[in-house]
Design a protein. Sequence first.
Length: 349
Amino acid sequence: MTGIISDSRGTPLAIARWLLAVAALIGLIVVIGGITRLTESGLSITEWKPVTGAIPPLSEAGWQAEFAAYQRIPQYTQVNGPAGMVLADYKFIYFWEWAHRLLARLIGFAFALPLAWFWAKRQIPAGYKPRLLLLLALGGMQGVVGWWMVSSGLSQDVKVSHLRLATHLMVALVTLGALVWTALDLRALARNQGPARLTRFSAVVLAMLAIQLIYGALMAGLRAGHLAPDWPLMQGKLFPAGIDWSGGLGHALVSDPFLVHFIHRWWAWAAAAALVVMARRLRQAGLRRVSIAIHAAFGTQLLLGIATAMSGVALWLAVLHQLTGALLLAATVWGAHRLGMLRVGQDMA
């Protein structure tokens, strides 16, 4: 009887650890993706080869062929070519895009192979197969969205679409959040507890954070961080000049770099206020660790955001800012899950 109990609890814990490991890999690919974006490396590989593309050029002729393909796109003909890019420069940007795609492939294997093993061994708890299949589908969709994003910069523009870039990042972050939530539900199952419910309050907090993360992605895609290295003012003013309203309010809200930068700066404080309330509720419920995690994450994120803008978007600060955004999301999902457990009358402290 003891062995049966141990197995019933051990399997959900093993699956939870696996899902958290995959979530950590997604955090890593968010970092590599940030470097790829900031070094303008995303268009260096002009074809999508899911299998053979895992191997970089192994000969001088292979490198020349890849470079020749890159020389045909607008980013080279209009920007890097006139700037004097040579093969050594191309190899640098190629490396980051290749590393980003290689890690994406590894994440796919890190999810699909253990899933197949747990499935074959009939160790997936009842009710979790659809969730895991949905997570697998999100991973596959991320690859498709990634190429959809890259393709937007191969023929008519010198950069990828900022809207597609935002979609690409948000699919990754939604996947990360879903992995963390599912892992926490499995840990609860190992304690003979049911899954958490997302409360309305937590849904509002997550939605406010999602808006901030979306605007962060739009900032990156529009290069809006370079517009105002002063803080708290933008170009010496509270509300920036230079916003293009000609396309209408909707267009300006997602495509004007000045307005996007302004919204990202100041919505951060609204999101922070909501996170303070969440953290205090958790602390009042005796859930001190998650409360500290949320406070530490959003506090660090605010400071990094200010420092990134004032530094003129220094690479290392911008990458840390993006990583902390992913960690903040994970901490907020953790907090939302704990509040959801309290809602159904279960204490996981």
